[in-house]
Design a protein around this ligand. Sequence first.
Ligand code: NAD
Length: 487
Amino acid sequence: MKAQPKASHFIDGEYVEDEAGSVIESIYPATGEVIARLHAATPAIVEKAIAAAKRAQPEWAAMSPTARGRILKRAADIMREKNRELSELETLDTGKPIQETIVADPTSGADSFEFFGGIAATALNGSYIPLGGDFAYTKRVPLGVCVGIGAWNYPQQIACWKGGPALAAGNAMVFKPSENTPLGALAIAEILHEAGLPKGLYNVIQGDRDTGPLLVNHPDVAKISLTGSVPTGRKVAAAAAANLKHVTMELGGKSPLIVFDDADIDSAIGGAMLGNFYSTGQVCSNGTRVFVQKKIKDAFLKRLKSRTEAIVIGDPMDEATQLGPMVSWAQRQKVLSYIEKGKAEGARLITGGGLPNNVSGEGYYVQPTVFADVTDNMTIAREEIFGPVMCVLDFEDEAEVIDRANGTEFGLSGGVFTAALSRAHRVVDQLEAGTLWINTYNLCPVEIPFGGSKQSGFGRENSAAALEHYSELKTVYVGMGPVVAPY
Ligand code: NAD
């Protein structure tokens, strides 16, 4: 299987190669096969990308928002027409089952282009401020050159979630995908240009943790939007702060999902499974601490076990497959080591806990795993695993579970399953997180703001709120009379 792109980078409207950059192997996680060889950006490539973005941005910003939006909406249409092809590429990049990528990846990217293309014309308006004769007005202006840095779990979605609002607001973007998943963003860049995006406005360069700082520290970069882990977020935010650059940080989580004893138990189990096993557990907002009220614990675990054991693990390109491999060998080893820690620290293994035996040993598969009797201080309850490992914790009452749910440095998301309307709202009101769900989990349509609090980051993606993070207000005071000076 091969998925070799025309070249490693896409700059100023065309593919560009510089073989002096270190080799990045793109590996299909289901088989361990190298499907493409690319090169990390050299400093010369970084300069070329930023120079192209800087040159192209003013003219783009001067276009009407409607005209910019039209191009984004055309790109959304092309993505939908190419959904199958893009989904297969996403599956090759990540190992996620085609059953998922075909409904969740290019489609959510297209939603971003469509949504921000649509609201560009109305959401960037300023205001008129009467001052009794004099007046002032505000304009929302783009920031300039924005850098997007992506994680490996949703390569195409992340490329679009950052590109859509950045471009709609009149910025140019240089996007660096994760070194684990270098392919998807190149396809997005091609489509944007096919849709009529002027050259230089959306550039993709490859690279790893050594390349990122070249972008973050560059004097011509106004803003960095990172999707990644908390340690990387701290480094990027610190580097950005040195030059007072704008930042959006979409970081990790260890989110609570609380199931009260009056909940619809099958829905709650469905929510917990989606919130732990979708994308093989590699979702930042996953509800990895599932708090189940004691009265329903046994029934919950019994049904959860049988439903988990029925998950179809296998070839990601087979439409019947529900769970694919982890993105990389390293990530698989990390998840397996957490499973061992769970066992060693006394959590009760309900199901999974090792490698599935129906798939190739060369692939990076892990069984979907459920631990019960997990306590708050166990490593698996405190640290982000980023794999298909669900921790079930017991609780007695509402006040206790809220306190324990908030007992984490993270604050990305959370959820509550209950039939009691007032309790649902009362509980989410007290959970310290950026995005919360009641009687469902992990739904992130483009219309709603998404992002974290505490160590999970700041800034918001999606919804009109994202435009505020890719623009700033300019205030103009207009004097209508003579200037009165005391000297
Ligand atoms: P990571 O932090 O290792 O890498 C993220 C990106 O940052 C990569 O492109 C990497 O090359 C780059 N990078 C690394 N060091 C850098 C540096 N010093 N300067 C600039 N760039 C640097 O994360 P990952 O392993 O790719 O992704 C998994 C993490 O991402 C998890 O913690 C997950 O929760 C988080 N995540 C968050 C969201 C969200 O929206 N909140 C979404 C997906 C993933």
